[in-house]
Design a protein around this ligand. Structure first.
Ligand code: ADP
Length: 360
């Protein structure tokens, strides 16, 4: 399965468990991006390992994976910022290695770091980019006015960028990346570091932009909810390899089980995990520690009933229980054996910060 995805994969050919509803329905739509057997090595280390995928014109396509998976490296190769070690990438019909200037003219790129000039106003930042990209003087003002509306910053056009919140600055960067009307828009982790409300605002904005402009969007993200909500198709990347690719719905449907039960027991017996596996409709059980289990099932209500009956009979108490639909995290577990959430916590070396006012 994994080998299939790393050799050649545009969704339509995925077969083996994935029907790729997004891909098969849009077989006639031309490709905006074609990546074939792309590899990036840093010395002996392979950051991107033989990855292939296509992005259709007009799609929002997501590269989802934990930190260090190779997402930024992929974006940097596709946007001509770093050389490719092996394989090819075509963007807007141009080979990124042979025709980098043509690629650059067709794309807009929003890197992870916020890069607008803080001392300039919102409008000045947009103007500089418009000039840099040779947007003709007579259309420049109109293009900027329209974009300010799109990203909801018209009121702030004369404000210095340093006075804007993180979410507003991110919206300014999105406007800046669109000022020369690119056909393909690359965004590296567009909402990392934003608060939940600003994240949703950016998602809505990107969805609207895609609806109203002829634009293909490729984003990288480590947020499952972001990929789920925003993307038509998602490529899951792990350790430089593509492990699965399809629409969010098809990816979730590819995981055996339709519900996930998260349940915590107080005094579970040593063979409890085995017993949970024996309940009706259960497809997998993960012990998360501290009496906590994650149970995948094809029938949430039937398994829950059986689980509660079994607990009462064994004198094991249920501390908490929740039943949800399967998520992209379950998809990640299914294909990699690990939880995306755990990987993120590990990657960031996450330590709970002290609460304000609390002495260490
Ligand atoms: P992601 O964007 O998914 O977080 P990256 O593409 O930034 O991942 O990195 C993929 C891997 O390549 C990581 O292990 C990272 O440490 C490594 N890497 C990235 N850039 C360089 C570099 N310039 N030199 C050496 N290793 C690098």
């Amino acid at each position: 399965m994994i080998a299939d995805f790393n050799s050649r994969n545009n969704g339509a050919e995925a077969g083996a468990g994935f029907d790729g509803d997004g891909a098969s329905a849009s077989a006639a739509v031309p490709n905006a991006i074609e990546v074939e057997h792309i590899v990036k090595k840093y010395g002996d280390f392979t950051a991107v390992n033989d990855v292939s995928f296509d992005v259709k014109e007009g799609e929002i396509f997501g590269l989802l994976g934990p930190n260090g998976a190779g997402k930024s490296t992929l974006i940097r190769m596709m946007t001509t910022l770093i050389p490719i070690t092996a394989g090819t990438a075509r963007v807007a019909g141009h080979d990124v290695q042979k025709e980098p200037d043509a690629v650059r003219r067709a794309i807009g790129v929003i890197p992870q770091a916020l890069t607008s000039d803080l001392d300039l106003t919102v409008e000045e930042n947009l103007n500089i980019y418009a000039k840099l990209y040779d947007v003709p003087a007579k259309t420049r003002k109109q293009a900027i006015d329209e974009l300010l509306e799109v990203v909801d910053l018209t009121k702030w056009r004369n404000s210095q960028t340093k006075t804007l919140s993180g979410g507003m600055r991110r919206r300014l960067e999105i406007a800046r990346g669109l000022v020369h009307s690119p056909r393909i828009f690359f965004l590296d982790e567009p909402t990392t570091g934003l608060d939940p409300v600003s994240r949703v605002a950016v998602w809505e904005m990107l969805t609207n932009i895609k609806k109203n402009r002829q634009l293909t969007i490729l984003i990288t993200t480590h947020y499952m909810d972001e990929a789920d909500r925003l993307c038509d198709r998602i490529a899951i990347v792990d350790h430089g390899k593509l492990v699965a690719l399809d629409s969010p719905v098809a990816l979730k449907a590819s995981v055996p089980g339709t519900n996930v039960i998260e349940v915590q027991f107080d005094n579970a017996t040593a063979d409890w995990e085995e017993k949970l596996r024996g309940l009706s409709d259960v497809t997998s059980v993960q012990h998360l520690g501290a009496g906590m289990y994650r149970v995948l099932t094809g029938n949430g209500s039937r398994t829950t009933t059986g689980l509660v009956e079994m607990s009462v009979e064994a004198g094991v108490s249920v501390k908490s229980l929740s039943v949800q639909n399967t998520t992209l995290d379950d998809v990640f577990v299914h294909y990699t054996g690990r939880q995306l959430r755990d990987e993120l916590v590990k990657a960031y070396g996450f330590v709970m910060p002290p609460r304000p006012g609390v002495q260490p």
